[in-house]
Design a protein around this ligand. Structure first.
Ligand code: VGL
Ligand code: ZN
Length: 202
């Protein structure tokens, strides 16, 4: 068992990010058994859940004439537009049915404000509005994070980069992640994580 100052952060393993879902990540479901097994090795487990209102501004269909996977300028910066996904209370927003949820002490929901997206588990996409996760982790004396989940190059990478910037020791287990890879995003985010001192493991 890993020591009490370590936590496993399981990012967005939800139906809409798995094959058949609205924003399916190739092989997203393949990581479920490995992530489930990892939970037994950590005393502290946190799940994150992408949790959007029906009128969320990251949905392409909220912008007249816009196509998914294009970008728009928002007050907080450039935002990629996505197919409608992880709408609060829908089956698509539920965790993959095979994912263990009982070992988690905390489920943190993010992206619940219409006007702003939140890839990172720590900060919304303005990179300053906290989700509360940093305070939770610090309050519990957790300093070392292992991250797994979906998608490598969006929510996992943003979470890892924010956590590293806040002084956490971060490991991303790439074997238990799958990527969207939009316009080279996987390579650029891998490079960014490496440059930020995130440990990239198999
Ligand atoms: C994610 C795009 C939109 C993710 C969430 O979990 O990586 N990506 N919302
Ligand atoms: Zn989302």
């Amino acid at each position: 068992m890993r020591p009490d100052h370590e936590a496993l952060i399981v990012v967005d393993i939800q139906n809409d990010f798995c094959p058949g879902g609205a924003l399916a990540v190739a092989g997203g479901d393949q990581i479920v058994p490995g992530v489930n097994a990892l939970m037994d090795r950590f005393a502290n487990v946190v799940l994150t859940q992408d949790w959007h209102p029906a009128d969320h501004s990251s949905f392409a269909d909220m912008h007249a004439g816009a196509q998914p996977f294009t970008t728009v300028d928002m007050p907080y910066g450039t935002q990629t537009l996505w197919p409608r996904h992880c709408v609060q209370g829908t089956a698509g927003a539920a965790f993959h049915p095979g994912l263990r949820t009982d070992p988690a002490q905390l489920v943190i929901r993010k992206g619940f404000r219409s006007a702003i997206d939140s890839y990172s588990a720590l900060f919304e996409n303005d990179r300053t509005t906290p989700t509360g996760l940093e305070g939770y982790l610090r309050g519990r004396g957790i300093t070392h994070l292992t991250m797994v989940g979906l998608a490598t190059d969006f929510c996992v990478a943003f979470s890892a980069l924010d956590a590293a910037a806040k002084g956490f020791q971060v490991t991303v287990r790439l074997g238990e992640c799958r990527a969207i890879d939009l316009g080279g995003s996987l390579a650029s985010q891998i490079a960014a994580m490496r440059a930020a001192g995130v440990t990239l493991a198999d």
